[in-house]
Design a binder for this molecule. Structure first.
Ligand code: SF4
Length: 278
């Protein structure tokens, strides 16, 4: 019955087919606009491999069609390839990553995952190395532009996410051209504004995003189940709870049922799609 309701909501386009997990919150970078205040020294808030696999199995039984893994930087945890490989036996997987940790040994390991329905979404904010690195850290641009063709070469589908603030038409054209030159399809390039949550708020960056701008996408963390992957953010080291659905994450049917009950009167803002939040 719950599975039928999930599938119906997905087919109606009012629920994302993807269930998200925050694998960890620490990161090798400390971007100026980071929603989760991540850094090498931030709390890890690590999900166990067993927990992630269990949620993926439950998600499949509930009618979800894919898994998203985000953080923090998922590739900052040593077991992430094994976790991805296990989840891929149940559902397709997309991992959000900063793209800076793809050394040769990791590329060799990822090669075996390329035969599955597996993709990476890598952040690249500007065609100007200086502007990109001002947000994301020294040498970020070079590392990302080096990694993307190598990943594509071993058969991994790569998407690029560009997070912008006051982007000019010239900058927009330049990043689109760069994305294409790296071998990424135009439809695999996502552009959206900086969201004013987490560190972006304390840095006075980004745009306010209300709930009706965010596609409902069940998102699980060590702290609970949330409305969207933009929701479980940290500001001044405190969890922002405005988009928390429940602190109960097991069984996943509980948070799924609660999310579905919130969808009855929910209407997306029609301009959300063109802003890149859907
Ligand atoms: S935005 Fe992403 S890459 Fe940057 S610090 Fe946050 S988690 Fe790390």
């Amino acid at each position: 019955m719950l599975k039928q309701a999930v599938i119906k909501s997905i087919n109606q386009g009012i629920l994302s087919p993807r269930l998200w997990m925050y694998s960890n919150y620490h990161c090798n970078l400390a971007c100026t606009y980071c929603l989760t205040e991540s850094s090498p020294s931030s709390a890890k808030r690590l999900l166990s491999a067993e927990q992630m696999l269990s949620w993926a199995q439950q998600a499949k039984k509930l009618g979800f069609q894919s898994i998203g893994i985000t953080g923090g930087e998922p590739f900052f945890r040593p077991d992430i390839e094994d976790v991805i490989e296990e989840i891929l036996t149940y559902l397709p997987v997309t991992v959000l990553t900063n793209g800076t940790l793809f050394h040769q040994k990791r590329l060799d390991r990822l090669r075996s995952l390329a035969r599955h329905d597996f993709s990476l979404q890598i952040s690249l904010d500007s065609a100007s190395p200086a502007r990109n690195d001002a947000f994301r850290g020294t040498e970020n641009f070079n590392k990302v532009c080096d990694a993307i063709p190598k990943l594509i070469d071993i058969g991994i589908r790569v998407r690029i996410a560009t997070t912008v603030s006051n982007q000019s038409a010239f900058e927009s054209a330049a990043i689109r051209q760069l994305v294409r030159s790296l071998g990424v399809l135009e439809e695999d390039h996502v552009v959206r504004s900086i969201v004013s949550r987490g560190r972006a708020t304390t840095q006075k960056m980004g745009v306010d995003v209300q709930q009706n701008y965010l596609m409902p996408e069940l998102t699980l963390t060590t702290e609970g189940a949330f409305w969207s992957p933009f929701a479980p953010t940290y500001k001044k080291n405190r969890l922002e709870k405005d988009l928390l659905i429940t602190t109960i994450t097991d069984p996943v049917s509980k948070s799924t049922a609660l999310l579905l009950s919130l969808l009855k009167d929910f209407q997306m803002d029609p301009s959300a799609e063109e802003s890149g939040f859907v």
